[in-house]
Design a protein around this ligand. Sequence first.
Ligand code: ZN
Length: 679
Amino acid sequence: MQSLWSDGDAERMVAHYGDNGIGRDLAERVYTSRLLGGDPRLVLHGGGNTSVKTTAADLHGDAVEALCVKGSGWDMAAIEPAGLPAVRLAPLRRLRGRDALSDEDMVRFQRANLLDPGAPNPSVETLLHAFLPHKFIDHTHATAVLSLADQPDAEERCRDLYRGRLGIVPYIMPGFLLAKAAAEIFENDEAVEGLVLLKHGIFTFGDTARAAYERMVDAVSGAEERLAQGRKPVFAGAALPNAVAALAEVAPIVRGACALPAARSGEYKRFVLDFRTGAAVRAFVDGAELQRYGTEGVATPDHTIRTKNYPLIVPAPSAGRPGDFAAAVRQAVAAFVAEYHAYFARHNRGNKRELDPMPRIVLVPGVGLFGLGRSAKDAAIAADLAESWVATVTDAEAVGRFESLSEAELFEMEYWSLEQAKLGTVQEKPLAGQVALVTGGAGTIGLATARALRQAGAEIALIDRDASVNDAATKLGGIGIAGDVTDPDAVRQAFDRVVGRFGGVDIVVSNAGAAWQGRIGEVSERVLRDSFELNFFAHQWVAQNAVRVMLAQKTGGALLFNVSKQALNPGAEFGPYGLPKAATLALMRQYALDYGKAGIRANAVNADRIRGGLLTPAMIAARAQARGVGEAEYMGGNLLGHEVTAEDVAEAFLGLALARNTTGSFVTVDGGNIAAAPR
Ligand code: ZN
């Protein structure tokens, strides 16, 4: 790797922060922290940390000797001065005299010595930074270094490569004891420029930001060069089926098998999937010895909280035999869960709370890998860490043999008391882990519904004929698909894309519609058929695909139809619109009847008179005029006398998505219309 240091960029950052009262030390610290954080080969997702020893003002404005060290929750790639909280240095250094310090006491001590009591928690590696004397200290989990440090003979390999330039620290879990050991190893040879932490990562130091950073670049480059020499071929391929099943078929089966039944019957704790493949991933997952190197363990300890210790490995899926694959995956998940319980029982001494037993990475030979998370963001993090782990293990195997931590060390990390203390403190949203697809997603009602589902925690996919659907979806962190729901092939492709992106689908809001008018005895065949295509058949294509995915997942699901009050209370000369809507109401009931046993619920919303829905401003003006009333009076012309909004309709859809014991039903959202009441 190359140094990205630029005097010009560094000075620009010093000048920029100088205008905001931030000194040179901290500004340069921010600059090289971002250089390190921006390279995924060095750190990923909050991994790694950096520090600078400087003077900072306390709340009196008095200058104090302080350690500015990365705060938890900050990512180095985008760090700001606020992400490097200042801690009084002298009290931290005094801690070295102790024999032991619990993690809880360490955190309390660090917080008590923050210059700003509102600052984030300093890194758990703060004491390691404090006990070393250097002004700038950089720490990464560089994959190239880990490929050498995760070996049975890692110590000899690192000594041979760095020849006394870096000290070697045996594996100790992050915290007080690691900080003490690292300081002692440095003091044995104060000429070292850094430390390799076996099975963990690397530290480099310097008097300047540039020196510490460039020593990191040099050390990592040295590891890269070493890995390029004397490689042996790795991962001889296993036999794969002649034809391997497509991602769209594989993902819902994996996703469903990894869902956990919830305490309330009929509900599941689901995961979102993030799929990765490519030459490196395929060589890894297709390898004949995958069971050996694939279950050895993580590349660096802090990944275990995101990925668990090792992934679930399932058999390669043969095309056209989804039933066989589903059975094999369910068996593999059951074995993984049983082993997880046994692992917990083997190592739990005391009162740890067992975490959910489901994998966070799934390897599928012939296909690729999935990251799993309770949100798309968490799934992507797991997948990023998995790809980085694949790179580390591949290089480690090419020059030797990958070896991770012992099971007891992995348990100590996964069940770290600081992590256990966070359990139950975050209230999850009601639709966390669920994937919702909304048709007509760029329209007023579709978009309001998608927003409501997103706020409740669901991942969002929008389909619409209008190209603005992409921007609308991006704002919700989801995917937009420009497509015509009256085309069965396009609907199938849209579902394949959603499944490819999130792993499956749980809530489908079949909302796309448009109004056609005409007196029924005189209307043209074309108009009637066009309306049936969109207002009836499109609902069928969407529901059919939804059910196909939901049945593969075996975790139920919610079908929601926008039916309109026309289905119950036809308007004069609106037959071409009302007739297919009435058929769609019947369609909803048929799905409720045919798929209730599979836990799939079908419900509808009957909305009326929604501004911006099918009602254009010109239509509102014309109708108000025809009735001889003002627009506001026309829009509020219902029993309650209120205008009904798209957000009201969205709330009804959300309510039905959450109503676990309601199916075959509809909700009116029209402010009250007695003529539309069923009898
Ligand atoms: Zn670390």
